[in-house]
Design a protein around this ligand. Structure first.
Ligand code: ADP
Length: 270
């Protein structure tokens, strides 16, 4: 297993609350090398919290996260993260933006140019390598963000709703490009989304998350023919199945609890 998550819970400190409600509760799952796993769930159910814990940006309150048999205790270049916003430096061109990630993680200088070229090739942006961020479309900026992470050659690619701010056509193009990169490099991916269609199209396995205490609610493995086709009957069936499971989840969600401190997002347990 590349990742092992065992009984992980996390809450955020909140003013006026001695025991803040859990953002995620008692989550356990594994990811194998080469798998493409999507985490699907409604907004606020803790998807980003889980991804940030795996990235090592914060530590769990309870439970363990292992990456390549090592306890996760800090961020590292072996776990590259792509966010919803590309966050590029406007005064640097594309090559320099990608190089900044290599410098920050201490990759040897002699390797920089070759790694930048390979990453630009993967996202098909060689022609625009000397452009500046303001000259790029939203989709191109996200491809630079992806290239910046791919240049680090991470064993795990963590993606937090990376395409959700893009128009439908660009989003589909980038989904196909990502799948093609994954099949070329046998890249392991953990991809957070609230889009049923996106999860059904991209994933080998979908983990459905709900708010605590039903944090990890269900799991769907997707068997399909390759290459993937958007109009395939099996994709429609998967979308329907995921929708049904999400609907079922909403029946399990507890009513919000009203307290003197305000409304808790979800009733705390215990
Ligand atoms: P999702 O990614 O599914 O939208 P998040 O992980 O962002 O969910 O949030 C899960 C819960 O944790 C929400 O109730 C959210 O308000 C809360 N939360 C997230 N980040 C913070 C933070 N930095 N401080 C306090 N509460 C937070």
């Amino acid at each position: 297993m590349l990742i092992k998550i065992a009984n992980v819970s996390k809450s955020y400190p909140q003013p006026l609350l001695a025991t803040p409600p859990a953002a995620i509760e008692n989550i356990s799952f594994d990811i194998k090398e080469g798998e493409f796993v999507c985490i699907l769930g409604p907004s606020g159910c803790g998807k980003s919290t889980l991804l940030n814990l795996i990235a090592g940006f914060m530590l769990p309150d309870k439970g363990h996260i292992e990456f390549a048999h090592q306890q996760v205790s800090a961020p590292g270049p072996d776990r590259g993260v792509v966010f919803q916003e590309a966050t590029l430096f406007p005064w640097l061109n594309i090559r320099r933006n990608i190089e900044l990630g290599l410098k920050a993680t201490g990759i040897k200088k002699t390797e920089h140019q070759q790694r930048i070229d390979a990453a630009l090739q993967l996202v098909d942006l060689h022609c625009s390598q000397h452009s500046y961020p303001h000259q790029l479309s939203g989709g191109m900026k996200q491809r630079v963000a992806l290239a910046r992470v791919l240049a680090l050659q991470p064993r795990l690619l963590l993606m937090d709703e990376p395409f959700s701010a893009l128009d439908a056509e660009t989003r589909e193009r980038l989904q196909d490009q990502l799948l093609s990169i994954c099949s070329q490099k046998r890249q392991t991916v953990l991809f957070v989304t609230h889009s049923v269609e996106e999860a059904a199209y991209l994933a080998d396995r979908v983990l459905i998350m709900g708010p605590p205490p039903a944090s990890l609610f269900n799991e769907v493995t997707i068997q399909r023919s390759h290459p993937r086709k958007r109009d395939a009957k099996e994709l429609t069936m998967t979308i329907l199945r995921l929708r049904t499971l999400l609907k079922e989840l909403s029946r399990h969600v507890p009513e919000p609890e009203y307290t003197e401190a305000g409304v808790l997002p979800y009733a705390p347990t215990g």
